[in-house]
Design a protein around this ligand. Structure first.
Ligand code: SAM
Length: 219
């Protein structure tokens, strides 16, 4: 089993610039094209994983909008808003809830260069009160139109790319895999290169093997 050198280089280039300390937490977004658009934006921005509050096991995505990006962004499902916020806070994330209330801060006034999680809410209702009570800060994107809010995937894109802009300005975008811990890097490199072998290794409870510089499996 082998991988084409050009394909392996592309996989490594993308993985080398993935960022683990920038993410989103999605609550109640139920239109597959919106979920897909958010995941696609995560991929484009270099986000390593996205978080969902979802009590069924799989996030519903819409392939033509996602363009396959769900293969390149890890999707973490959390059973409840509390398990999501506890897990993310334990990992050191600051939670920025998006809501258009009087306590919200203009997103342009904040620093998103470290441990940032944008919390995005449902198309119709926005973020729940319970989840809003758990966030560190509430933020908003100023608007001038007649309509009261942006599409959730558009709001997510504005915020993620603001975080990327700030990090670029401070030379904080990874280029050599330093945005991920070593184990995560090794496992993801294997999974992206040989997706058809993932189940075999998982079923046999074996660690993934290392890959050599050409992407060949080392014995
Ligand atoms: N009626 C809902 C409300 O009051 O929150 C509108 C929900 S909006 C269509 C869906 C989601 O998009 C929001 O929960 C938020 O995550 C995001 N969003 C939309 N417009 C935003 C804005 N101007 N600033 C920040 N987030 C926004």
């Amino acid at each position: 089993m082998s991988v084409l050198p050009r394909r392996f280089k592309r996989i490594k280039d993308v993985l080398n610039s993935r960022i683990q300390d920038l993410t989103v937490l999605i609550e109640g977004v139920n239109k597959p094209h919106n979920l897909s658009a958010i995941i696609r934006t995560c991929d484009a921005a270099g986000v390593f994983q996205a978080n969902f509050i979802c009590n069924h096991s799989e996030v519903k995505t819409f392939n033509s909008t996602a363009q396959g990006s769900q293969k390149w962004v890890k999707l973490n499902n959390h059973e409840s808003y509390l398990s999501a916020t506890n897990t993310l806070k334990k990992r050191g994330f600051k939670l920025y809830g998006t809501s258009l209330n009087e306590n919200s801060i203009d997103y342009r006034d904040l620093d998103f260069t470290k441990n940032t999680c944008f919390v995005l809410g449902a198309e119709k209702w926005g973020l729940s009160k319970e989840l809003t009570a758990q966030v560190d800060k509430s933020i908003y994107i100023p608007m001038n139109g007649m309509v009261q809010s942006l599409n959730v995937s558009v709001a997510g894109a504005i915020l993620l790319f603001e975080a990327i802009r700030q990090r670029k300005n401070k030379n904080l975008i990874p280029y050599d895999g330093e945005g991920l811990n070593q184990e995560e890097y090794k496992n993801t490199l294997f999974e992206w290169t040989y997706p058809e072998l993932i189940d075999i290794y998982k079923k046999s409870n074996k660690d993934y093997p290392s890959l050599d510089e050409n992407g060949k499996i080392c014995c």
